[in-house]
Write a protein that binds this ligand. Structure first.
Ligand SMILES: [Fe+2]
Ligand SMILES: [Fe+2]
Length: 250
């Protein structure tokens, strides 16, 4: 177990299992199109090892996806800084979750990925900067849903160690959601004029393609509304496998 995790957990004075989360995530509840169904929480509580194993996978994937974005969008400085921090934090979480598995004597088990991220990524537009806007919005939804589920789990799980750990994660996961939204919004034309965040010519060269800067393409709010529906459908519809981001158990 990393010393950082122990320090943070020792500083968490909420020692009872069902202490309310101290991080305000009401903006995350507003952002998401549907709350986690009670049936998912019930199923998750029945299979904590699968939940923990998939949580470890998710932390690693969150870091990997962000690393890909750092390479792909190297000319966006704010993205470099925000995602470098995010990667450090996701890898710390990965280390912590693997540490929890070791504490519990839980062996590593291969789990297939859930349908969740794929279900959103298949709607990602393929031309720039639309693809960049979409991947950042998808990142925001994944982080927001993770945060919402950690908060919900921390209130019902009958394991003090995990409840405290899930509450501890809320602060960084809600910031990750905010960072992805800020980065998506940084591409909006009105912000481009004032802040010049992104060199679109560099983007064109780097992606070796034509770019489309029309109003419709660059409308971040419209894409958030679109992915909100897709995401809520993935969370509320029937799903045969339990995963951290799975839908309602079939
Ligand atoms: Fe994380
Ligand atoms: Fe995260």
């Amino acid at each position: 177990m990393s010393p950082t995790m122990n320090d943070d957990l020792l500083n968490d004075s909420s020692n009872t299992v069902h202490a309310p989360a101290r991080t305000d995530i009401s903006h995350i509840h507003q952002f998401l199109g549907a709350p986690t169904p009670q049936a998912w929480l019930d199923a998750a509580l029945q299979d904590i090892p699968t939940l923990i194993q998939d949580h470890a996978n998710c932390e690693k994937k969150a870091a990997g996806t962000a690393m890909n974005l750092i390479f792909r969008y190297e000319f966006h400085q704010d993205l470099q800084l925000k995602l470098a921090q995010l990667i450090r934090e996701e890898m710390l979480h990965y280390e912590q979750v693997v540490g929890i598995m070791r504490e519990r004597g839980q062996p590593w088990k291969h789990l297939s990925a859930s349908r969740y991220a794929k279900g959103m990524l298949k709607h990602k537009r393929t031309y720039e900067p639309a693809a960049m806007i979409d991947i950042l919005i998808i990142g925001a939804f994944i982080e927001a849903r993770s945060c919402e589920r950690f908060a919900a789990l921390s209130e019902v799980i009958d394991d003090e160690r995990l409840a405290k750990y899930y509450r501890y994660l809320l602060k960084s996961e809600s910031r990750h959601y905010e960072d992805y939204i800020t980065l998506a919004r940084s591409l909006e034309p009105k912000r481009q004029q004032s802040e010049a965040q992104l060199d679109f010519e560099a983007l064109q060269q780097a992606t070796n393609g034509s770019i489309n800067l029309d109003q419709q393409t660059m409308d971040v709010d419209q894409r958030i509304a679109f992915f909100r529906q897709i995401e809520a459908e993935l969370i509320t519809s029937s799903d045969k496998e339990l995963r951290f981001h799975s839908g309602t158990p079939a």
